[in-house]
Design a protein. Structure first.
Length: 164
């Protein structure tokens, strides 16, 4: 029920904002907020999406990002943040539309498979699968001041962990 109240408020806020912007105003390049700490921005040169942050269980959140540029370059990234330990595991894949991976071969596909199998609650699972698939894998520490999306997601999904 709480989510429905938020969604209705977001719709009304969007309508109010839309009423304030003249039709001839170009709003490309302006980031539009999405639920759960996400946002999307588009311009003539690129489309950039920070997907809504997901609660993966066991104090972990998932942060998905995709960027596609006008020249056909695509970047997909997924970060798994442990809100308690303040660690992050990021898996990234870059390609062009001419060299796109086979069906089922993207970072998003791998994350979906891990999530469905219940194996997305441990960073080592994501790192191992990412390395096996040939993706760039980075692991490290994350803090509230250095990563506002991680802070937003941890405070939203796991407020009891006192993200600071």
């Amino acid at each position: 029920m709480k989510l429905m109240k938020f969604s209705a408020a977001a719709v009304f806020a969007g309508l109010a904002l839309a009423a304030c912007v003249p039709e001839e105003t170009d709003t490309s390049g302006v980031a539009q907020p999405l639920a759960n700490c996400g946002r999307v921005a588009t311009s003539q040169m690129a489309a950039y999406t920070e997907a809504p942050i997901t609660a993966e269980g066991s104090g972990m959140i998932g942060i998905g990002t995709q960027q596609q540029t006008a020249d056909g370059s695509v970047m997909q990234r997924f970060s798994l943040v442990d809100c308690s330990a303040k660690t992050i595991t990021r898996v990234q894949q870059d390609w062009t539309l001419a060299s796109a991976p086979a069906a089922g071969g993207t970072v998003q596909d791998m994350v979906s498979r891990l999530r469905q199998a219940g194996r997305l609650t441990a960073s080592n699972q994501l790192a191992r699968e990412g390395q096996s698939a040939g993706y760039e894998v980075v692991q490290g520490r994350v803090d509230a001041t250095g990563n506002p999306r991680a802070r937003c997601g941890c405070e939203l999904h796991y407020p009891d962990l006192l993200w600071q």
